[in-house]
Ligand binder design. Structure first.
Ligand code: ATP
Ligand code: MG
Length: 422
C-alpha cells in the first residue's frame, strides 16, 4: 500500500529541528516579558467575513490564498492567514479596549494557499506583536525596536530595516487617483497582474515583481509627494526617533505591504541571505482596522515575523547546545529497574535525563551516551545494582577520570551542584 504523505506546503518539524524553534520561542517569550507585552491566543478557525472585512477583498491573501470552506452548519469558515484580524476581533469581543491600551503578542501556525518554495509554505508560523491604543510616532518606533532587538538578540546579522509612510487615508485617496490616471495611460505596458489591479488595488502595482513593470514605475507619481504636511511631519518624527535609538534604516518608497489595513508607518526587516523570500518581519500602523471590525476608534501598530525564514537564517549560524544533563546506561534486569528509578528521581529533581533501554553491551551504550550530548553518564551494572550505588562519569572530561560511585540521592545533589558551573 502506498504510504501517506503530508499535504504540499505543510511541513513536519522533526526532532532534529525542534531545538532551534524552541530556542527562538523561549527568547521571544522572555523578550516580550521584558517589554511588558502579554500573550493572547485566538482560534485557528474564524468566520471568513473577519478576513474579508479586515484584510480587504482585493488583497492577494483574501483573493486567492485563503483556506475557506463551509462547516457542517453551512457557515463559511477560514483557517487564519494572519494574526492581526483575530487579535483585534478578540480585543473587541471581550472589551479589552475599554480597559486601556493593550500590548499583545501571539504565535502559531497561519495558512495561505501559495506556491511552496524555500521560506514559503502553506502552513507557516508567525510570531507577532500588536500595540492597540497607541498613536504617537514613538509607539511606531517602540514596536520596530522590539522586533529589531529580538532579531539582534537571536544573533542575526545582515539585516536591513526598510521604511515607508503610506500617509493618512485621505492622502491615499488623493494619491490613488493620481496613480490610477497614470497607470491607465500606460495600461498596455503593464503585466497582466498589474493591469487587473489598476482599479482593485492600484497601490499594490508599485510592488509588482515583473521587471518591465518595475522599470516603468520609476517614472510613476510618488506616494511621498502626495503626503500632507501633517503626515510628512509624522514620518520625519519616526525617522528621528529611530536615529536617536541608533537603529539604521533605508527609505523604500515602493514598500506598500500586502494587507489593506496599513497607513502611515510601514516597514519590513529583510535579510540578504534569504534569496527571493527576503522579508523576515513586516508590519505597520493600522489606525482604521479596529473601527472597521466594529470596535471603538483605536490607533494601533503591529508586526509579524516568519518563523520558517528566521529559523533558516539561524540554522546557517549558531546552534543552541543540547539540554540533556544525564544519560543512564545499565545492564541486567535488576540494574534496569535501578536505572529506571534513578532516571525518575533525577527528573523529579529537575534534571533532564535519558535512559538507555536497549540492554546492549556497555561499549555500545556509551557510544550513544556520547552522541546524546549529555554532560554526564550514570552507569549501573549488576554489582552497582546489588550495592544500591551508581557510577558517575563526566562525558566532557578530557581524560577519563574513572567512575565516582555514589548513592542516587548523592548523585542528584552532585549534578545539581555541577549544573551551576560551566
Ligand atoms: P511575502 O511578500 O513574502 O509574501 P507578506 O507580505 O505576504 O510576505 P505578511 O503577511 O506581512 O507577509 O507576513 C509577515 C511575515 O510572515 C513575512 O515577512 C514572512 O516572513 C512570513 N510569511 C508570510 N507568508 C509566508 C509563507 N507563505 N510562508 C512562510 N512565511 C511567510
Ligand atoms: Mg504574501
Amino acid at each position: 500500500m502506498a504510504s501517506l504523505q503530508s499535504l504540499r506546503g505543510m511541513a513536519d518539524l522533526l526532532p532534529g529541528q525542534i531545538g532551534l524553534w524552541q530556542h527562538v520561542e523561549a527568547r521571544a517569550r522572555e523578550h516580550f516579558r521584558r517589554s511588558g507585552i502579554t500573550e493572547i491566543r485566538t482560534p485557528l478557525l474564524e468566520v471568513t467575513e473577519l478576513f474579508a472585512r479586515g484584510i480587504g477583498e482585493a488583497t492577494d491573501v483574501v483573493g486567492k490564498e485563503m483556506y475557506t470552506f463551509l462547516d457542517r452548519g453551512e457557515r463559511s469558515c477560514t483557517l487564519r492567514p494572519e494574526g492581526t484580524a483575530s487579535v483585534v476581533r478578540a480585543a473587541i469581543q471581550h472589551g479589552l479596549l475599554s480597559q486601556g491600551a493593550q500590548r499583545l503578542w501571539y504565535g502559531g501556525p497561519m495558512f495561505r494557499y501559495e506556491r511552496p518554495q524555500a521560506g514559503r509554505l502553506r502552513q507557516f508560523h508567525q510570531i507577532g506583536v500588536e500595540l492597540l491604543g497607541f498613536a504617537d510616532a514613538c509607539s511606531d518606533v517602540e514596536a520596530i525596536a522590539i522586533a529589531w532587538d529580538l532579531l539582534d538578540e537571536l544573533g542575526l546579522g545582515g539585516l536591513a530595516l526598510e521604511l515607508n509612510s503610506l500617509g493618512s487615508s485621505e492622502d491615499r485617496v488623493r494619491y490613488r487617483e493620481q496613480l490610477v490616471t497614470w497607470l491607465e495611460q500606460r495600461r498596455d505596458q503593464l503585466d497582466a497582474d498589474s493591469q487587473a489591479r489598476i482599479h482593485t488595488n492600484p497601490l499594490r502595482v508599485l510592488d509588482a515583481k515583473h521587471p518591465d513593470t518595475q522599470a516603468l514605475l520609476a517614472e510613476a507619481p510618488s506616494l511621498a509627494s502626495a503626503l500632507s504636511d501633517a503626515s510628512q511631519a509624522r514620518f520625519a518624527a519616526v525617522q528621528q526617533a529611530l536615529t536617536a535609538l541608533g537603529i539604521p534604516f533605508v527609505l523604500n518608497p515602493r514598500l506598500v505591504r500586502g494587507l489593506d489595513y496599513y497607513g502611515h508607518t510601514a516597514f519590513e526587516i529583510t535579510s540578504s541571505q534569504l534569496g527571493a523570500q527576503a522579508t523576515v518581519c513586516g508590519g505597520g500602523r493600522y489606525d482604521g482596522l479596529v473601527q472597521q471590525l466594529g470596535g471603538p476608534a483605536t490607533p494601533a501598530i503591529g508586526w509579524a515575523l516568519g518563523m520558517e525564514r528566521l529559523v533558516l537564517l539561524l540554522s546557517q549560524a549558531e546552534r543552541p547546545a543540547a539540554a540533556l544533563d544525564l544519560y543512564v546506561v545499565s545492564r541486567g534486569e535488576a540494574a534496569a529497574t535501578a536505572a529506571l528509578a534513578l532516571a525518575r528521581l533525577c527528573r523529579q529533581a529537575g534534571l533532564a535525563v535519558e535512559r538507555d533501554a536497549t540492554g546492549s553491551a556497555f561499549a555500545k551504550q556509551f557510544k550513544r551516551a556520547d552522541r546524546s550530548g549529555a554532560r554526564w553518564a550514570a552507569v549501573i551494572g549488576e554489582q552497582e545494582a546489588a550495592d544500591g550505588l551508581v557510577g558517575l562519569q563526566d562525558l566532557r572530561a578530557s581524560e577519563p577520570a574513572g567512575d565516582r560511585r555514589l548513592g542516587p540521592v548523592e548523585l542528584v545533589e552532585a549534578l545539581q551542584a555541577a549544573r551551576g558551573r560551566p
